[in-house]
Write a protein that binds this ligand. Structure first.
Ligand code: ARG
Length: 460
């Protein structure tokens, strides 16, 4: 087991099980390259500021660079019995360089170090999520464009409500995902401050150059306040929240898909390679990917709860509780990444049963609102128009008719004199959709405009 960093103060060390309990290497090993990056910038700054000799700084930088390459090639393995990634990196450095290695921690604490590593890691990971999100949007927008004119029922209360288009439904999904993109971008812009130099909580008496180190590491600038730097984790909370909201979206989309894939709906046929079978029922083709993505949304909601509960009531500044932050957020980010990739594969290859969708618009009186609005256009107050259309629907039901258009003009006129022969062309599902061409509506041209707007906004 490598030597702990605090061995000078305490004569005794926790027993193995207790030591392992408080260790974080199993999680923060993922920060190894970030820790090295931060350490290199810190060492070079110490050299430039005359806090350590220039040659020592150069030696530290070179050795850290070598260690990064060795970690990547597998030549250097992370010691799972180390306390955390910071101790491990400093330990190896000291083993290899002797006293030079012992100079690097000047003006630094693991408290600002871990805050830095975490932020550096997120500055790498969040753009990956953004790229996955953009690609997912691209796939969905392509599908929406393909189906801009495919008529389908829109639902409220899971009851057929009014005709829309599949393109319109898919753009509804995309609108949420596009805001998710913005949430990740926002979080990224707010975490773009470098905590190095905050030390344990109160900065340092050494002449550190916080500005330079922040710049070298690609941050917008140093953090404002040293206590906030080591205690603040709202950046993690914000990202966990962005992950949970995104997963809530995916989970709802997946619920739509699972419903559409049912025998009762049959609106979508998922590709065989994006489905699974049953071990006992030979006929089954299950939408497992949709279900699992829906299920995994629970993990991200859980991580958000973990983080917000972790921070609630935590006194300033650093407390070891904060060590729990990374596992929760890493799990959320991993979940989001894999779910976006799976969701994209599944939706990109799905075959939509457009004849069946269009047929489902007939028979449930989805045109009733259009009949009422027809009367409004002819001057009838809406409440009266609503009543007249409702009475027509009741007449149809009593006569065993499936659509308003099955009634003769005199029959319609019995409910409102304002009905004329043009009512018959106004009430087909396609006519209903085409007439809804307000901004935001389901008319094919309007759906194409919405698609173009989203593409334009995100360069898709
Ligand atoms: N493993 C710790 C964490 O993840 C690093 C900071 C430890 N600082 C300390 N004083 N024990 O938060």
């Amino acid at each position: 087991m490598s030597k702990v960093l605090w061995a000078g103060r305490l004569e005794e060390k926790p027993e193995d099980e207790a030591f392992a309990f408080q260790a974080s290497i199993s999680v923060d090993r993922r920060l190894a390259l970030d820790d090295i990056r931060g350490s290199r910038a810190h060492a070079l700054m110490l050299g430039r500021q005359g806090i350590i000799p220039a040659e020592t700084a150069a030696a530290l930088d070179a050795e850290l660079e070598r260690m990064a390459a060795e970690l990547e090639s597998g030549a250097l393995e992370i010691d799972e019995t180390a306390e955390d990634i910071h101790s491990f990196i400093e330990g190896v450095l000291t083993e290899r360089l002797g006293d030079a290695g012992r100079t690097i921690h000047a003006g630094r604490s693991r408290n600002d170090q871990v805050a830095l590593d975490f932020r550096l890691c997120l500055k790498r990971r969040v753009p990956e999520i953004l790229a996955e999100l953009a690609e997912t949007l691209r796939v969905l927008l392509d599908r929406a464009e393909e189906h801009a004119a495919s008529v389908m029922p829109g639902y409220t209360h899971l009851q057929r409500a009014q005709p829309v288009t599949l393109g319109h439904h898919l753009v509804a999904w995309c609108a949420g995902l596009e805001r998710d993109y913005g949430r990740f971008e926002d979080a990224l812009s707010r975490l773009d401050e470098c905590p190095l130099g905050a030390g344990a909580l109160a900065g340092s008496t050494l002449p550190l150059d916080r500005e330079a180190v922040a710049r070298d590491l690609g941050f917008g600038g140093p953090t404002l306040n040293s206590m906030d730097s080591v205690a603040g984790r709202d950046f993690a909370l914000e990202l966990a929240s962005a992950c949970a909201i995104l997963m809530t979206h995916l989970s709802r989309f997946c619920e739509d898909i699972a419903i559409w894939a049912s025998e009762e709906f049959k609106f979508v046929d998922l590709a065989e390679k994006w489905s699974t079978g049953s071990s006992i029922m030979p006929q089954k083709k299950n939408p497992d990917f949709a279900e699992l993505i829906r299920g995994k949304a629970a993990r991200t909601a859980g991580s958000l709860t973990t983080l917000i509960t972790l921070l609630k009531g935590l006194p300033y500044a650093y407390n070891k509780d904060l060590q729990e932050d990374k596992e929760a957020l890493f799990d959320s980010l991993d979940t989001v990444r894999s779910c976006l990739r799976m969701f994209r594969g599944m939706t990109g290859s799905a075959v939509f049963n457009t004849p069946r969708m269009e047929a489902a618009c007939t028979g449930g009186f989805l045109e009733a609102t259009d009949a009422a609005e027809y009367l409004v256009r002819r001057g009838l107050p809406f409440r009266k128009a609503h009543e007249a259309a409702a009475l027509v629907v009741r007449d149809c039901a009593a006569a065993g008719q499936r659509t308003i258009a099955e009634r003769s003009l005199p029959e319609l006129k019995a409910r409102s004199n304002l009905f004329e022969a043009d009512i018959y062309t106004a009430l087909t599902p396609r006519a209903c959709v085409e007439a809804r061409n307000l901004p935001g509506g389901p008319a094919p041209q309007e759906v194409l405009r919405q698609i173009a707007a989203l593409r334009g906004k995100r360069g898709l």
